[in-house]
Design a protein around this ligand. Structure first.
Ligand code: G6P
Length: 610
């Protein structure tokens, strides 16, 4: 999604802005631009290529100045063209924007009537002209104009605005899209994400919806939507630059796959001890509420939604509480029935996904008793707006395709289920201890599963030139098949579908031929007998099978079948462990297909518009 960086300093800001944009690249974008101000003149460079090209352009043409704004654009209104790329300029003003102005066409028509004309197809240029018009009406008072314009706008935005006539200030505002203020010494910044500003500061102020900030090099003034001053303290970010570099790895995704043993160990840290599960694992979770709990609803998007689907199996099995899972973009637009004593859980790596956030707000209005967020980003909107938070502690995830965030989400869901089951005495103490003992082995088992990398890499060769692929799983491994298919399609561009293996004969079996690989997730569990029957259905129709499983006599070995051996692991850990070879398969197929692994086409890491 779009990324914003802005800076006001005593030194040249172009290098800070460009470095910030590089660090926002992972969010996904299709054009980029920068605008600086020096001696009353704007200097603008834009590209529809990578930020690297923008850096070259700025090196050639120079963007001087101690005040500037910059942007990576993920197209919503109008194609990825230079004209549509931000910053947008109108006379004395320059603006960058992340989000969607929903009433832009009505506003545009009104502006055209009073003489404005537009160069781009963007909603951003409409907002810019609206601010300009308001500035005419407020005798040049930019702050008053900004409030006046924002009051007329419907939709979501994070914006940064500069005025040629006011080189001493940078305005920014937030409504439904992320924005942080970076606090420096004699310099201040804004950005969509703290990662953009780590080279220049570690102190941040998180803006809330409706807030507007005016930055000078040595002052920060924050206002609420009514224009009243607001005091907010800055917080120190624990992130360091090391955590956002590729190190010895070729891609962030590869690094993040191999970081999983450590990430999972971090998720467990302090939550699991010899005495069992630490009840403080989830900030503030209150026992009385858990005892009354009657229903759980999980809402999320993408990979996080798949984590929710796995969580449902655990929550129902280990707590006895009815649990349902929904895609956030669906949930937010239907009339759901809410029972008393219900818990609403959101799952999100970024904590900023627009549909998930809107669902949380809706759930609160609908009367859910409590809300819990399983999230990877401290300070994010979902974290701030939920009653309880369970941090995944995966560390920064830069690759667009989610890997370590997913497996740590799974671990949080498993711990949550055990915690609730234990609290409600649905689980016996002995069952809890046995489960926790198995969970403690997870980081080590993850390391062992990662040793299949070479074998999976060789297997991936056989996917070269294939256009379609089927992933099969049963029971709790069904959502893992869905996630395997999602990973493959998003980064290798091979069309892939995940199916519950029992559904094969209700449709997808018609597609089986030697050109469509069938990947089967087949751990040794209670359903293996049933799964073997489904495998035979594929084999009988000449399908090519790629089975990930524990070696057993139940699997027939022939030239139609390739087998990747996965260590025998406790059943409760299988969903987490079997995710790993599927991540590796997707990664190696992407390498063979020569795609942009960390920033696959058209995708965004943090989806801040609906
Ligand atoms: C995007 C990302 C996915 C992610 C989904 C939900 O589509 O590319 O990797 O699963 O958003 O994001 P969240 O941050 O809410 O987990």
């Amino acid at each position: 999604m779009c990324g914003i960086v802005g800076a006001i300093a005593q030194r040249q800001v172009a290098p800070i802005l460009l470095e910030g944009l590089s660090r926002l690249e992972y969010r996904g974008y299709d054009s980029a631009g920068v605008c600086t101000l020096a001696e009353g003149q704007f200097y603008v460079e834009k590209t529809i290529a990578k930020v690297e090209s923008l850096k070259e352009q700025v090196a050639t043409h120079h963007c001087p100045g101690t005040l500037g704004i910059a942007h990576t654009r993920w197209a919503t209104h109008g194609g990825a063209t230079l004209v549509n790329a931000h910053p947008h300029l109108h006379e004395n003003l320059a603006l960058v924007h992340n989000g969607i102005i929903e009433n832009f066409d009505t506003l545009k028509a009104e502006l055209i009537k009073v003489g404005y004309s537009f160069k781009s197809q963007t909603d951003t240029e409409v907002l810019l002209c609206l601010i300009h018009k308001c500035q005419q009406e407020t005798a040049g008072d930019l702050q008053a104009a900004l409030f006046k314009a924002l009051a007329q706008v419907r939709g979501s935005y994070a914006i940064a605005l500069i005025d040629r006539n006011h080189p001493d200030r940078l305005y920014a505002a937030r409504q439904g899209a992320p924005l942080v203020v970076g606090v420096g010494i004699e310099e201040n910044f804004i950005a969509s994400d703290v990662l953009a500003l780590l080279p220049v500061t570690h102190r941040f102020i998180y803006l809330d919806d409706g807030e507007v900030v005016c930055l000078g090099a040595s002052r920060i003034e924050i206002f609420d939507a009514q224009g009243q001053p607001v005091h907010k303290d800055s917080v120190e970010s624990p992130l360091d630059l090391e955590s956002i570099s590729k190190g010895q790895y070729r891609h962030f995704m590869q690094k993040e796959i191999f970081e999983q043993p450590q990430a999972l160990a971090n998720t467990l840290m302090g939550r699991l001890s010899d005495a069992g599960l630490n009840p403080e694992a989830i900030q503030g979770l209150d026992a009385a509420f858990l005892n009354q709990l009657e229903q759980i609803k999980i809402v999320a998007c993408g990979t996080s939604y798949h984590a929710g689907l796995v969580g449902k199996y655990w929550l129902e099995e280990l707590t006895g509480i009815t649990t349902s899972v929904e895609i956030a973009s669906e949930y937010r637009y239907r009339k759901a029935v809410v029972r008393p004593h219900s818990l609403f859980i959101t799952i999100s790596q970024s904590g900023e996904t627009a549909d998930t956030l809107a669902s949380l707000r809706l759930a609160k209005a609908q009367g859910y008793s409590k809300t819990l967020c399983i999230c990877n980003v401290n300070g994010s909107s979902l974290v701030r707006e939920s009653d309880y938070v369970f941090f995944t502690r995966a560390g920064s995830e830069i690759g667009v395709a989610s890997t370590k965030a997913f497996t740590t989400q799974l671990l949080c869901l498993l711990l949550l289920a055990i915690l609730i089951g234990k609290q409600r005495q649905y689980l016996k103490e002995s069952t809890v201890s046995a489960l926790l003992k198995e969970i403690a082995t997870l980081p080590e088992l993850t390391k062992q599963v990662l040793t299949c990398d070479e074998q999976v890499s060789a297997l991936a060769e056989q996917f070269a030139g294939k256009h379609h692929c089927l992933f099969l799983g049963r029971g709790i491994m069904y959502p893992i098949a869905l996630e395997g298919a999602l990973k493959l399609k998003e980064i290798s561009y091979i069309h892939a579908e995940g199916y519950a293996a029992g559904e094969l004969k209700h449709g997808p079996i018609a597609l089986i031929d030697q050109d469509m690989p069938v990947v089967v997730v087949a751990p040794d569990n209670a359903l293996i007998g049933k799964l073997v029957s489904n495998i035979e259905e594929v084999r009988a129709r000449g399908g090519r099978l790629y089975i990930f499983g524990t070696p057993q006599e139940v699997f027939q070995h022939d030239e139609q079948t390739k087998f990747v051996s996965i260590i025998n692991a406790p059943e409760v850990l299988q969903p987490i462990l079997y995710t790993i070879p599927l991540q590796l398969l997707a990664y190696h197929c992407a390498l063979i297909n020569g795609t942009d692994v960390d920033q696959p086409r058209n995708l965004a890491k943090s989806v801040t518009v609906e």
